[in-house]
Design a protein around this ligand. Structure first.
Ligand code: G16
Length: 543
């Protein structure tokens, strides 16, 4: 066995963002770039000799090369076994499922999520711990610190491992087991949801369409929706994962999932539509000509959870990220269960779930999940909805409108300004912070600002504090504007503006969100001076 110690120099830009390190493929292709980061992970997480690691990615361009590098480095760093998805592919929730099911030390997931792929696209890498969840901030900070001081990495000299057949081989002293990426995950879903009831719903003529966006969830959706649940062949579209996602942007929202949106808003639309993203953890839910916001979806799942087998005993609590609308808060209040508000980033939910404080959690960024794994889970959300639909036998729209009538409606929208010059975006945030003193107490028409702050979170489980998590402008009627810089972009800065207005009057629930939020949008642009400071008249994407 020949282990080389390779000399290297640090890169200064390996700070993990909201969810791991995300960069252009070309950045990762620089000599030593990937290796430095992987060694920094191994040097930070202190795996015992002979530990088992899970490894897989969303199949995007550079996935295969990276998997081979990581396998050889794992062998050189004393791991005893690696479970790798066939072809090097695992959806993010499936990786979390496998880490937990086989009680492994943790896993490395390769994904840039919803960002485009291909040679000019994005790539990403992150470490998940033994609970199956993304590493906490203390671990990602340790990895960053190591990356700034690294001087060498260890690598086994060996031929590439064949990954396309289910097999077990050895690499130095380490075993490499190629596993079926779908079966364990599909079994877990079958244990949570009433597949019989969903099968009957589909047999009764209820039509569904799932857009896998040429990303990782295609095979999972084919197996679960078509094979196990009997949806007609073709119900899953864009089902073949491609390295460049067919040139598309695998982000399940009204802008990028346009194939599905056209079908769901066309004549003869199916009853239910859904899409997931590059690595299968995000979801978008649609009814016939009807869009359910991710924030409403979380609230609806919470309100209906006891209809579903895996959640029939009720929820311990719920959690949402700070910019996510407060729709779920009202459900929690009615159910008399705790509701936690965390910073953006799925890693903040892990402690709450491990401590048994929450069962369901979700984010406005099209992420919903539960304690069945420690990642958000796109297909899980789809199955949860289908199970509710099978029990309630009402349309998506009727269920949502009844929910609003009972709990009120949180009108919600997010404006993204992508690829801004970093200095201009920072300037907007600085300007807002500097204005806190004058903004509080100011009235704009019917809206009056009650308070402004920079969101700070103290983890109730380990006491760790995360500051500077987004600027909140809070209005006296419960409406909010939030400004935040994204931590997942790879070009310049992305500024997100989140808008939320609460409406209890049923007579106004039919309004279009943009119409209902137009005054808040005007206020957001005015107080932030966003247009003059960035030179951008229009957002890149509105969701
Ligand atoms: C990641 C995180 C999410 C976060 C999202 C957007 O999701 O896991 O918690 O909401 O990024 O983050 P940002 O607003 O910083 O861009 P994913 O699906 O990209 O892994």
């Amino acid at each position: 066995m020949n282990i080389r110690t390779v000399s290297t120099q640090p890169f200064s830009d390996q700070k993990p963002g909201t969810s791991g390190l995300r960069k252009k493929v070309t950045t990762f292709q620089q000599a030593h770039y990937l290796e430095n980061f992987v060694q920094s992970i191994f040097d930070s997480v202190n795996a015992p000799q002979g530990a088992t690691l899970v490894l897989g990615g969303d199949g995007r361009f550079y996935n295969r090369e990276a998997i081979q590098v990581i396998l050889k480095m794992a062998a050189a760093n004393g791991f005893g076994k690696v479970l790798v998805g066939r072809g090097g592919i695992l959806s993010t929730p499936a990786a979390s499922c496998v880490i937990r099911q086989y009680q492994t030390f943790g896993g490395i997931i390769l994904s840039a999520s919803h960002n485009p792929g291909g040679p000019d696209g994005d790539f990403g890498i992150k470490f998940n711990g033994c609970n199956g969840g993304p590493a906490t901030e203390s671990v990602t900070e340790a990895i960053f610190a190591k990356s700034k001081a690294i001087s060498s990495y260890r690598m086994l000299d060996a031929a590439d491992v064949p990954l396309d057949l289910l097999s077990e081989t050895t690499l130095g002293n380490m075993k490499v087991k190629v596993i079926n990426p779908v079966s364990d995950y599909a079994d877990l879903m079958e244990s949570l949801f009433d597949f019989g009831a969903i099968r009957s719903l589909l047999q009764g003529g209820f039509k569904i369409r799932f857009d896998a966006m040429h990303a990782v969830n295609g095979p999972y959706a084919k197996e679960i929706l078509e094979r196990r649940l009997g949806a007609p062949s073709g119900s899953v579209m864009n089902a073949v994962p491609l390295e460049d996602f067919g040139g598309g942007h695998p982000d399940p929202n009204l802008t990028y999932a346009h194939d599905l949106v056209e079908i769901m808003y066309g004549t003869d639309a199916p009853d239910f539509g859904a899409a997931s993203d590059g690595d299968g953890d995000r979801n978008m839910i649609l009814g016939k000509r009807f869009f359910v916001t991710p924030s409403d979806s979380l609230a609806l799942l919470a309100a209906n959870a006891t209809l579903v087998r895996g959640y029939a005993k009720g929820l311990a609590g719920v959690a949402r990220s700070m910019p996510t609308s407060a729709a779920v808060d009202r459900v929690a209040q009615a159910l008399d269960i705790p509701c936690f508000e965390t910073p953006t980033g799925w890693k903040f939910f892990g402690n709450l779930m491990d401590a048994g404080k929450v069962t369901l959690c979700g984010e406005e960024s099209f992420g919903t999940g539960s304690s069945h794994v420690r990642e958000k889970d796109g297909l899980w959300a789809v199955l949860f909805w289908l199970n509710i639909l099978a029990v309630r036998k009402q349309s998506v729209e009727t269920i949502t409108r009844e929910h609003w009538a009972r709990f009120g409606r949180n009108f919600y929208s997010r404006y993204d300004y992508e690829g801004l010059p970093t200095e201009a975006a920072n300037g907007v945030m600085r300007h807002l912070r500097d204005s806190f003193g004058t903004l509080a107490g100011t009235a704009f028409g019917r809206y009056s600002i009650q308070a402004c702050d920079d969101f700070s979170y103290t983890d109730p489980v380990d006491g760790s504090i995360s500051n500077g998590q987004g600027i909140r402008i809070l209005f006296s009627d419960g409406s909010r504007i939030v400004f935040r810089l994204s931590g997942t972009g790879t070009e310049g800065a992305t500024l997100r503006v989140y808008l939320e207005a609460f409406e209890s009057a049923v007579s106004r629930h039919h309004l279009d969100a943009q119409e209902a939020l137009k005054d808040l949008i005007r206020i957001a642009l005015h107080i932030s001076e966003l247009q003059t400071r960035t030179g951008r008249e229009q957002p890149t994407v509105i969701t």
